[in-house]
Design a protein around this ligand. Structure first.
Ligand code: TXA
Ligand code: MG
Length: 323
């Protein structure tokens, strides 16, 4: 069983020895190692079974530290950093040589963020290096928002879990880059596009034409098949199977109550975001269901990020498979 606790000194010692420590953040738990040490970073990729072409995000506790690792800080990046850090925003910069190529999957850019979690900020303050930390789950599985989720993914080879309780925001950081000061959103996340646009004006989104690292077909997915669409129609299609239901705000009469999870009774998108991954873990662990059905939420503010994760985690079925 992986050791867990709130011992920052122990976590820091293990990281200095190039070990791996699961760290809490406000978004999801990360699987952290020394971002400047290729062996530590290699261990992260191996343990997660993550392809080497999917770069890692580096975490530290101050803008001053980040400046040492990047070639320059675009004006708009600095404005966002000052406004939203510590917080659920990741910014991509041109990297200095000191960041090993393995951390950035051979790209000349590096992603940085300052997480908003006091125990982790205290740990980062103590460390003479940034932490590379992807989400602490096996590649393509659901990201962890509770310590119990980490145990579901890994049984050993992590030196410590720094226990920060449940993550308060619940889905990953929003990722942004700047090309000649032109902002581009790479991944929707816990910071809304609306909040970013209030500060720096209009932003563009990555699309399938300019494919970016980390945009895999299947992501954040439970083992059970998840179908997104109209709940009544999906129920009709699958009614001969044992159905689990992930519902935004209400229970449905036609499915056993114990096989339903509600994301937010008050239709609060913030609460739904916080509960999304833990609801997926719970449904995936239920012994008496075969598949999960759900529907999209309103496509505004955090709803866009929830819908993005639902699309990515849903089962990509062959059109002939269901009629
Ligand atoms: O909230 C979060 O961001 C969490 C917590 C632990 O901080 N971390 C996280 O990391 O979600 P991960 O590995 O699951 O997602 C990292 C993604 C990559 O898949 C890629 O899309 C993007 O960040 N990324 C990292 N470095 C990049 C780079 N140099 N250029 C472009 N994209 C990059
Ligand atoms: Mg991840």
């Amino acid at each position: 069983m992986i050791k867990k606790g709130k011992n920052i000194n122990y976590a820091s010692q293990k990281l200095k020895e190039n070990g791996l420590v699961a760290i809490p953040t406000e978004t999801v738990y990360g699987l952290a190692g020394n971002a400047l040490n290729s062996d530590s970073v290699n261990k992260i990729f191996e343990l997660k079974k993550r392809p080497k072409n999917d770069p890692l995000i580096c975490h530290t506790n101050s803008i001053e530290k980040i400046i040492k690792f990047v070639k320059n800080m675009p004006d708009k990046a600095e404005i966002l950093a000052k406004k939203f850090w510590p917080g659920p925003l990741t910014i991509i910069f041109e990297k200095n040589k000191i960041i090993p190529d393995i951390t950035t999957s051979n790209l000349n850019k590096v992603a940085f963020r300052i997480p908003n979690k006091s125990i982790t900020l205290k740990l980062l303050e103590k460390l003479p290096f940034p932490l590379a930390a992807p989400s602490a789950n096996l590649f393509s599985y659901i990201s962890p928002t509770k310590v119990s989720h980490i145990y579901k993914n890994f049984s050993n080879n992590i030196d410590y879990i720094l226990d920060g309780g449940d993550c308060s925001m619940g889905i990953e950081s929003t990722i942004i880059s700047f090309d000649n000061d032109e902002p581009l959103i790479h991944r929707l996340g816990s910071l809304t596009t609306e909040d970013i646009e209030k500060v720096i004006g209009k932003v563009e989104f990555m699309n399938s034409k300019n494919k970016f690292p980390g945009s895999f077909h299947k992501h954040y997915a439970p083992i059970k098949k998840l179908y997104v669409g109209d709940i009544d129609k999906l129920y009709d299609k699958f009614k001969t199977k044992r159905i689990g239901l992930l519902s935004f705000n209400k229970k449905y009469d036609f499915i056993s109550k114990k096989n339903q999870i509600i994301l937010s009774r008050n239709s609060c998108l913030k609460e739904a975001t916080r509960n999304l991954y833990s609801a997926l873990y719970e449904l995936d662990n239920m012994k008496d269901i075969d598949l999960i059905i759900t529907s999209f939420v309103d496509n505004e503010s955090l709803g866009k990020s929830i819908n993005d994760r639902l699309i990515k985690s849903s089962y990509k079925y062959d059109k002939t498979e269901i009629h």
